[in-house]
Design a protein around this ligand. Structure first.
Ligand code: NAD
Length: 371
C-alpha cells in the first residue's frame, strides 16, 4: 500500500500534510511513503529529511498511490492522475469547492474532508480544525502584541509604573481561548465574550474576565453557537461598544458553522477606539467579525490598525504542519486494517468525514447542494 504526500500548490499555503518525524508511524502501519519533491520546503522541511525517515521523494509520488494526504484540496489535474478507488485525505470545504468535489466523484476517488471529522471525544486526536485553531489563536495574540506599540504586561520600575495593556477577545472557542491564554502569558489584562453558555467558565479558567452582556446564550447543535437574530446582534453590538472603546487590542475569532462569520464590531465601534489601538480579525476571510477588515491586509479605521487574517495557520507552517500531520497519522491509523487502507463505513468518523465514494457524493448536504 502506497501513501503519497502532495506538494501544496495553492497561493499562500506553506503547510505540508506529513512531517519527516512521523513518516515512521506510517511505515509501521505497513505503508510505503512517497513524497512529492519540495513538499515541505515552505515549512522548512527538506527532501533529505523525508528520505532519511524512509520515504521515497519522487515527482511521480501520486502515481499508483492508494492514499494521498494533503492540506488543501488537490488540484483537478492531480485528481485525474489518481487511480480509481484511491483515497484522498485533506481539508475539503465542499461548499466552496464544487469543481473539486465533482472531479473526485467522477474519478471514483474516496475522499475524506478533515473539517467533517465529527467533534466527538474519540476523534479528538484527528481534529484538525482544533489543531489549526490552536495555531491561529496563538498567532492572533502575538500579532496584536507585535502591532501594539506598548507593553502587554504591567511594568513596575524604579522610575514608575507602566500599566498593562487591555485586550478584549470576542469568540472563545478553540482559537479564542488560545488567544486569551497567550495574551495572559504576555501579561495583558484580558476580557472576553462568547455567546455559548459554557464559555464564561472557560474564559475565567484562562485567567480572563468573562464579559456579561446580560443577553440570552446561543447554544446550537454539536456544542457550536447559533446564529444571532438581527435584533440580538444590534443589542450585542450596543453593549459591547464600551468594552471595544476601552481596549488597546481587540481580537475577534467568532464563527458559526456553515455560515458567514457574524459581524460583531461595526466601523463606528472601531472609530471609538483610542489612538494606537489594534484590531486582529481572525474571521476576515469568512466575512469578517469586524466591518472593514480585509483578509491579508492591515487597514486603518479611525485610530486603529485593523489586521485581517488570511490562512493564519500557514503563517506558522512548522508547528501547524506537525499538528496536522499528527491528525493525519491518527485518521490513517483508524482506517488501516492489517497493513491495508480499509475504511470501515460503519464507523461514524469514517462515514461522517467521507465526501465522495464509489462514484457518488457520499456527504448528504453536499449531494443535495450539488446534484
Ligand atoms: P467555532 O470556530 O465554530 O466558533 C468560534 C467561537 O465563536 C465559538 O466559541 C462560538 O461560540 C463563538 N461565537 C459564535 N457567534 C458568536 C457571537 N455572535 N458572539 C461571540 N462569539 C460567537 O468554534 P470552535 O472553536 O471550533 O469550537 C466551538 C465549541 O466546540 C467549543 O465549545 C469547543 O470546546 C467545542 N469543541 C469540541 C471538540 C470535541 O469535543 N472534540 C473539539 C473542538 C471543539
Amino acid at each position: 500500500m502506497k501513501i503519497a504526500v502532495a506538494r501544496e500548490t495553492r497561493d499562500g499555503e506553506s503547510r505540508v500534510a506529513m512531517v519527516p518525524e512521523l513518516v515512521g508511524r506510517l511505515t509501521a502501519l505497513g505503508y510505503e511513503v512517497a513524497v512529492e519533491p519540495d513538499a515541505g520546503r515552505h515549512a522548512l522541511l527538506a527532501d533529505d529529511e523525508y528520505a532519511a525517515a524512509g520515504a521515497v521523494v519522487d515527482e511521480t509520488a501520486l502515481d499508483g498511490a492508494d492514499v494521498v494526504v494533503a492540506v488543501q484540496p488537490l488540484a483537478t489535474d492531480s485528481i485525474r492522475r489518481l487511480q480509481a478507488g484511491a483515497a484522498t485525505i485533506s481539508f475539503l470545504p465542499t461548499g466552496q469547492e464544487p469543481e473539486v468535489v465533482g472531479a473526485l466523484r467522477d474519478a471514483g476517488i474516496t475522499s475524506f474532508a478533515m473539517e467533517l471529522v465529527p467533534r466527538i471525544s474519540r476523534a479528538q486526536s484527528m481534529d484538525a480544525l482544533s489543531s489549526q485553531a490552536l495555531v491561529s489563536g496563538y498567532r492572533c495574540a502575538v500579532v496584536a502584541a507585535g502591532m501594539l506599540r506598548r507593553f502587554f504586561p504591567l511594568n513596575m520600575t524604579a522610575a514608575g509604573t507602566v500599566p498593562p495593556a487591555e485586550v478584549v477577545v470576542l469568540g472563545a472557542g478553540v482559537a479564542g481561548l488560545q488567544a486569551i491564554a497567550t495574551a495572559r502569558r504576555l501579561g495583558a489584562v484580558v476580557k472576553a465574550y462568547d455567546v455559548r453558555a459554557a464559555a464564561a467558565e472557560e474564559i475565567r479558567s484562562m485567567g480572563a474576565q468573562a464579559i456579561d452582556l446580560e443577553l440570552d446564550t446561543l447554544d446550537g447543535a454539536g456544542g457550536y453557537a447559533r446564529e444571532m437574530t438581527e435584533e440580538r446582534a444590534a443589542l450585542q453590538m450596543e453593549r459591547l461598544t464600551p468594552y471595544v472603546a476601552a481596549a488597546d487590542a481587540l481580537i475577534t475569532t467568532a464563527a458559526v458553522p456553515g455560515r458567514r462569520a457574524p459581524l460583531l464590531v461595526t466601523r463606528s465601534m472601531v472609530e471609538q477606539m483610542k489612538p494606537g489601538s489594534v484590531v486582529v480579525d481572525l474571521a476576515a476571510e469568512s466575512g469578517g467579525n469586524v466591518e472593514g477588515a480585509e483578509p491579508g491586509e492591515v487597514v486603518r479605521i479611525g485610530n486603529a490598525q485593523v489586521w485581517g487574517g488570511q490562512n493564519v495557520p500557514s503563517q506558522m507552517p512548522g508547528p501547524a504542519s506537525k499538528l496536522y500531520a499528527q491528525n493525519i497519522v491518527n485518521i490513517v491509523q483508524l482506517m488501516t486494517l492489517e497493513g491495508a487502507f480499509a475504511p470501515d463505513f460503519e464507523d461514524e468518523i469514517v462515514a461522517g468525514s467521507c465526501v465522495t465514494h464509489g462514484g457518488r457524493i457520499h456527504h448528504e448536504p453536499t449531494r443535495l447542494a450539488l446534484e
